[in-house]
Structures are given as C-alpha cells and as structure tokens.
Design a protein around this ligand. Sequence first.
Ligand code: AMP
Ligand code: ZN
Length: 497
Amino acid sequence: MSTPLSFYNSLTRQKEVFTPIHEGYVGLYVCGPTVYSDVHLGNVRTFTSFDIIYRYLMHKGYKVRYVRNITDVGHLTDEGEDKMSKGARIAKLEPMEVAQKYTVGFHDMMREFNNLPPNIEPRATGHIIEQIEMVQQILANGLAYEANGSVYFDVAAYNEKHGNAYGTLSGRKIDELMAESRELKAQSDKKSPSDFAIWMKATEDHILRWNSPWGEGFPGWHLECSAMSTKYLGEEFDIHGGGNDLKFPHHENEIAQNAGSCGCGGARAWLHTNMLLMNGKKMSKSDGNTITPQQLFTGDSPHVTDSFSPMNLRFFMLQTHYRSQMDLTDDALQAGKKGFTRLMEAWSNLQGLEGLGGAQNGTVGKELTEGLAAAYAEMDDDFNTPKALARVFELVSRINALKGGQLSLKEVSKEILEEFKKGLGTLLFDVFGLRDEGEAAGASGETLSKVMDLVLDLRAQARAEKNWGMSDKLRDALNDAGIVVKDGKDGAEWTTS
Ligand code: AMP
Ligand code: ZN
C-alpha cells in the first residue's frame, strides 16, 4: 500500500497532501536558467531537485506537463543592464548568440546529470506578445500605470483590491519594502518604491527591444514566468518551483501579476529549493563564488582533491533534502563518492543473487519488502531523498549479507526477490535518476570487443583474399578511431592508443 504524497507548500507554509486540480494530471512550472553564462553547480542542484520531483510525480502515476523556461531577456544586473546584453557586449556577440550558446551548454549539462528534459521549454523572447497582452490586462484592471514609456505595477492599488496580498509568499511587509527600496537607485518614474516595472522603456543603447503600445522597450523579468505559465498550464495550475532566492521579488511579483491580470491564483503550491553553498557562502554567478561542474568532473580546482563524476555529484545531492542548505566540501564529496560506489556494488551483488527454488519467504524476504516500502514512503513525505537513501542503505547491508552468506536466500521466496530487484531498480534509476556508470562503461567495453572481433575477422578474410585495399582501409579507419592493430603469430591483436 503506498502512502499519499504530501509536500511543503511555501505559500501556505505547511505540508499538505497533494491533490491535483485535474485528477491524474499535474501542471509543473519551474523557473529556468538565465542563459548569459555557464550553468553552475548551484543551478544544477535546483534543476536536479525538480527533476527528482518530476520523476517521482510520474512514478506516482501522474501525467505531468513540466514547463521550464529559458530566460533570455529582461533579467537585469544590479546596475540595471540586461544580463543578456551584458554577456553579448563582453563577448562581442549578438544577444541571441549568447542565449543559444549557453542554452546548448545548459542542455548538455542537464544530460550529464541525467536530468530529463521538460515537456515544454519556452523562451521569454518568444513570448513578447503574451507579455504585452498581460501588461495591457493589468493596466485595464487599474493595477498598473504608464510613466515615460515604462509601465509599473501599482502595489498599493493591488493590495487594496486583493486584501493586502502582496508579500504573502515572501513574508515581506510593504513598509519594510518601502524602507529597503529607498536605499536602492532612485527610479523617479515610480509612484512608490515598492512598485516594479512590468514593461521597460529601452534606452538608446539597449539592444534587446520590441515595439509595444508604450514605445520601444522590453518586458520586466518577472512577467515572462506569469505569461508563460498561464499560457501552457492555465490560469490556475498545480506546482510552481524555483530556488528560494527567487521567492522575492521574482515569485512574489509573479503572483501579483497573475492575480492582477486575470484575477486568478496562478500556482496552488510553491516549492522552493534551498541554496548550494561553497565554503559556507551561496554559490552565485554574479558573486563569482562558483565551481563549474566541469572542474569537479576533472578535479581541476583548488577546492577539491579528487575528481567526481556526474553521478557521484547526483548522489551527493540526494543526501541532502531539497529544502535544506547543502555545503560543498571536499570531505563531503569524498564521502558521497564512496557511498555511491558502495550502492552500485550492492546493486551489482543483487543482480548476481538467484532465488532458490522452493525457498519460503521468511524474515529476510519481509525485511526487503518492508525496507523498500519504507524508502518509497520517505519519498511520499516531501520527497525526502536523504531519508529514502538511508532506508536504501539498510537494504544494502542485507543484500551484501545475502551475497556473503551471512543471511540465507532460503528465507526469500523467488517471487519476492524478483519483485525486490525490480522495485529497487525503479527507485535508484527511474526515481533518483542515478546511472550505473560502471555498468555503462562495462557494457560499452563488451560491445567494443565484440565489434573488434568482427572487424578483425573481416580484415583476415580480406588478407586471405589478397584484397590489400580493403585490409588497409580497415587498418586506417581503426587508426583514426584510436585503435592500433598488431599482427602477431597468433593472429591480430588490438589496443586502444
Ligand atoms: P539563474 O540562472 O540565476 O536565473 O538561476 C536558475 C535557477 O538556479 C533558479 O531557480 C535559482 O534559484 C537557482 N539557483 C541559483 N543559485 C543557486 C544556488 N547557489 N543553489 C541552488 N540553486 C540556485
Ligand atoms: Zn521565473
């Protein structure tokens, strides 16, 4: 019997049993990357957390529409420059070239970490019309005003109409915001410092610009997610996710824009991942406190003493709950690497266990079944991967004991053993999204050796027929592929160069 899925909703600040709006279906929106530089490991942490959530929802039998956007306009630096334009200016490229380059890099990295692609990946620049329409709706509802070619969201008017709703998600009070924002750069066109731009007039040197009813400009960063989530998931949908650094102002403003345009709630549940730290500080592109995944793969960084594969890192991430901070240290990474190896060894041991004919299910069989059910139950409790992993490691001990003979296979019925293998495989590979890297390397080695047997047979046949042209062609092609063939008295042998 599976337990119901519940998770923590940041909007209501409590754990809730999940009931989708449409039975059997889930609409999931996650804020995607701003594609102006390489994705860092903090970003990967957030996207991997949501990948596991996506995978688990599918495992529970839901048909999920997972939308994750690409931010390629509107996200400004603290100095007020568009991050895309800044990236383009520095690299002397078209902003679209910058966006394309880092989008491709982002996708490659997602594949390395075995993160599944979303069902829809909309780009902000591909949805300017929808964003303009949303600004028009908000204006028509009297919750925004135009000033000098820009349009600002009127927080006070919104609060009056929507029962002081602004700040519900982030817990920020409007008075505090006023005090804080006064210290920021004065934006004189705003009626109040807490108002925010939903459309911005483009200055003369601003590259990314579109025609609008208010002149040439570009959308405010928060607007894209309101417009695209509404377009693809509807005015009300199930889950919205992102890193908790986006709660304010990004998500708070998204909620205000959704309510301010269609009067609708947007997402019912908000899920926020906690930050990845390095040396106790947030990993952030803008602060330069980052380590690239590539540096970890090769070990080429002063922060680490070893190399870590994508699956070492994925395993490392699974060890921390998505709502807790995760600190990247060399020691913790080493421990994760060992843990992953131990897990994969146990998995391989399990594959080697054959059920005994006539074995009756006893205590051991029951422990396997119950232990696995307990691991799944931890996932039902707010996607608790560290606790689920702890349950899995209790099972690892049993698997190894069965292999070592300290526990007896006589106590596990054949059917239960097969069911257990299947259930654990589903949890490790389909839900956690791990990949058995050793197995993949072993499989490709085996395949290569079979292919090489065939190629060397063909080459021997060509030589026997004095078909020197074919024989040379095969040798050259193998050389190009980094394979050296040597003829000895026992026939041809090959090595990789
Ligand atoms: P960005 O590309 O900066 O817009 O961020 C993409 C996603 O990564 C957002 O959901 C951020 O909240 C998240 N993110 C950024 N930095 C970190 C970090 N250090 N740890 C975890 N998530 C992060
Ligand atoms: Zn967003």
